[in-house]
Design a protein around this ligand. Structure first.
Ligand SMILES: Nc1nc2c(ncn2[C@@H]2O[C@H](COP(=O)(O)OP(=O)(O)OP(=O)(O)O)[C@@H](O)[C@H]2O)c(=O)[nH]1
Ligand SMILES: [Mg+2]
Length: 368
């Protein structure tokens, strides 16, 4: 026994090395077998994660003319672009045109005027000839009003030192806060120093929504406690804008129905309070109108204009409505120009209104 123990002890290194070699060989053998049996297609995990991670990319944004054209496509296909086809040819379908125009909320007087013009000047014209005729009709209506717009007021100019105060009003959900967010971003990117007053003090969520936009744009915001007097917030914002030489001061207001006299009086007061700091303030009172609103939009515009003497209209949601053309009727009736249009929810979906390009996109004519 002692001899056997001694033999084992003397050769222990040989036995251990042998054991390791045999175990290693067996491990290698079974690993090979497993690899061979793996069904094709199930690659080992490590190779999967070794593939480079693909970062989702935002599709490249179309330029503004294409976005405008895309935004107005519903209006074009359902209404204005259709008129050429309905009128041209041997049997002009005036009844159908009339129906289409009313469905797009064009005021009665304007529908009748356009039908008369088509009847008088459109006979025998090609579809494109009719499109030009409709374009000319709308341009004649809107042109003189649009020319009254002091365009430079909305484009920042670093060589002109002045504070411009813009008050934004409209019914609930028209797109006021979103528009202010887009406008603040645009002005800031032009190099302007911008401050925003959160005068929708009825809802805490409204102030938070504006704060998100302002943070994203990198502009300052004045906020008050919930339920504070909105005109007080407007006063404080405008005072700070002048004291600290801001280029733009944008005043967001709470949405309200044009039929609610108390709330309309509150807006008048807010406007009056601002003018105590500077007789010219606010330099612009802009009404935000939702293109989807339809017939009611004209009534809204009339009431807001009566209370506040509007200087401009911002037409939002032109991307989702066939009624973008109703802007023509509103401008014609109110004699208030359009400053911007909204063609989507993204920050760069606010476009400076260009009459020719807008009308050509609307009726489906080539824009140069
Ligand atoms: N498709 C589209 N949606 C828009 C446009 N402008 C605003 N919106 C959307 O309209 C909704 C209401 O916008 P808000 O900016 O909150 O409207 P508001 O007028 O401030 O609303 P209140 O403060 O409640 O009166 C939001 O979902 C916006 O994203 C636009 O041009 N196109
Ligand atoms: Mg709002």
């Amino acid at each position: 026994m002692d001899q056997l123990q001694q033999l084992v002890l003397e050769n222990i290194e040989v036995y251990v090395s042998g054991f390791i070699v045999v175990t290693g060989a067996l491990y290698y053998f079974f690993q090979q077998k497993r690899r061979e049996q793996r069904p094709t297609g199930s690659e080992p995990q490590v190779e999967l994660s070794a593939k480079p991670t693909e970062i989702p990319r935002e599709p490249p944004r179309a330029n503004w003319k294409d976005r405008l054209s895309l935004g107005l496509s519903k209006s074009r296909t359902d209404v204005w672009g259709k008129i050429g086809n309905l009128f041209s040819g041997p049997a002009p379908k005036l009844d159908e045109i009339e129906e289409v125009l009313y469905s797009a909320d064009i005021p009665t007087g304007m529908v009748q005027e356009l039908l008369l013009k088509l009847d008088r000047e459109g006979k025998g014209q090609s579809s494109q000839g009719i499109q030009h005729l409709v374009y000319g009709f709308m341009k004649d209506k809107m042109g003189p009003v649009q020319h009254s717009l002091h365009k430079d007021g909305f484009e920042f100019r670093s060589d002109v030192k002045r504070t411009r105060v813009l008050m934004i009003v409209g019914v609930n959900g028209a797109g006021k806060t979103t528009t202010i967010g887009k406008l603040a971003t645009k002005l800031k990117s032009q190099g302007a120093k911008v401050i925003v007053g959160a005068c929708d003090t009825f809802r805490a969520a409204a102030v938070d929504q504006l704060q998100v936009w302002c943070d994203r744009a990198g502009v300052d915001m004045v906020r008050a406690k919930d339920g504070a007097d909105p005109s007080g917030v407007a006063y404080d914002t405008v005072a700070r804008a002048y004291a600290e030489s801001y280029d733009y001061c944008l005043i967001d207001t709470a949405g309200r129905l044009h039929t609610n006299q108390n709330l309309m009086d509150e807006l008048t007061k807010t406007k009056r309070v601002m003018s105590k700091l500077n007789v010219d303030a606010p330099h612009d009172v802009l009404l935000v109108l939702d293109a989807i609103t339809g017939q009611n939009a004209l009534k809204q515009a009339q009431e807001f204009n009566k209370a506040l003497q509007l200087t401009g209209i911002i037409f939002t949601k032109c991307d989702g409505s066939a009624k973008a053309g109703s802007a023509v009727g509103i401008v014609d009736q109110l004699k208030v120009p359009i400053t911007f249009i909204g063609v989507g929810e993204s920050v760069d979906d606010l476009l400076t209104f260009d009459l020719e390009i807008y009308l050509k996109s609307l009726v489906g004519l080539e824009t140069t």
